[in-house]
Design a protein around this ligand. Structure first.
Ligand code: WAQ
Ligand code: MG
Length: 289
């Protein structure tokens, strides 16, 4: 795995993001030199066809990763839980966050933060909120931008296999593949205990809670159809004293997914709890279930 390039795209409406433009779309890949041009072309098209609107600013950045150490990861195991409505979905999300060790009050604050729009400017953030796992205090330096996770992708062979496995569950779409990649990188950083996410795309109502202990737990629905509020919260133990290092890893450390975890069929919450308490995942925090 040498001679790899990072290809990134971000698109906005009403000017560049840094000049206050509204975020439309973003994407990134890590590809061999021969695939750089095709990846860039695909991203330009994707930005122009996004359901959030027509961008008037598209930035495509291409960088060589030559000489950089690239971490190889196995994707988190995927679970899917179904809720009767958003309220029930958000309740499930809080329970799963608590199973990962997030303080119940911090879990409540995180859900409210995404419901209200996490950015200080009242819009969605481009990146994620960093929240203390015990106190629910926000730790990110810039509350409008948040922390952007970057430099992650699937190795070509893993990407092909993933599409086939996801298709078996009717899940072979870009939202799932990209979110699983991001969540796998985030969960691999030991100072991060959990993540909560739902999309800002109005048509996409499934969200997830992820952690290294529990896996990638999809919950559907987490928001009403038509709503363009969405975001991500990463829970970090700030007592670890590794805030700056964690942000650097999230933003800069290249990771490639080279192997895949299980893709499970949809299951009821109780079965999920049983599955994780009897599987290879430690039963941390599961007492009383
Ligand atoms: N780093 C940090 N935060 C990000 C990043 C990133 N690279 N990309 C997006 N975000 C934040 C930002 O606040 C967005 O508004 C928000 O997340 C949602 O981004 O299994 O599609 O790309 O069915 O709209 C989850 C469920 C889909 C997938 C998530 O997120 C499934 C999704 P989106
Ligand atoms: Mg989006």
């Amino acid at each position: 795995m040498h001679n790899l390039y990072s290809v990134k795209m971000r698109a906005a409406q009403g000017g560049p993001h840094e000049a206050g433009g509204r975020h439309i779309s973003g994407a990134e890949r890590i590809v061999p030199a021969a695939e750089v041009a095709a990846a860039a072309e695909m991203m330009a098209r994707r930005a122009q066809e996004h359901e959030r609107g027509q961008p008037d600013f598209i930035n495509i950045k291409i960088e060589s990763l030559s000489g950089m150490k690239i971490r190889e990861l196995t994707s988190l195991p995927v679970y899917t839980l179904r809720a009767g409505n958003c309220g029930e979905g958000l309740h499930l999300a809080r329970r799963v966050l608590e199973l990962t060790g997030v303080d119940p009050e911090a879990a409540r604050l995180a859900v409210n933060c995404l419901l209200e729009g996490p950015a200080a400017c009242g819009r969605n953030m481009r990146g994620a909120v960093l929240m203390d796992v015990h106190t629910g205090c926000r730790l990110e330096a810039d509350a409008d931008r948040g922390v952007r996770v970057s430099y992650m992708d699937y190795h070509t062979s893993a990407a092909g296999e993933l599409s086939i496995k996801l298709a078996g569950q009717g899940l072979d779409n870009e939202h799932v593949k990209e979110a699983l990649c991001l969540a796998t990188k985030v969960a691999s950083i030991t100072s991060i205990k959990a993540e909560l996410c739902w999309s800002d795309d109005p048509g996409y109502t499934t969200g997830y809670v992820a952690s290294a202990r529990l896996g990638y737990v999809r919950i559907s629905p987490l928001k009403e159809k038509g709503s363009d509020c969405g975001g991500r919260v990463f829970f970090i133990d700030s007592r670890s004293g590794r805030l700056m290092e964690t942000v650097r890893q999230l933003e800069k450390e290249p990771c490639l997914i080279t192997a895949l975890g299980m893709i499970n069929a949809e299951m009821p919450y109780q079965m999920f709890v049983k599955n994780i308490s009897t599987g290879r995942v430690p039963d941390y925090g599961l007492s009383g279930e």
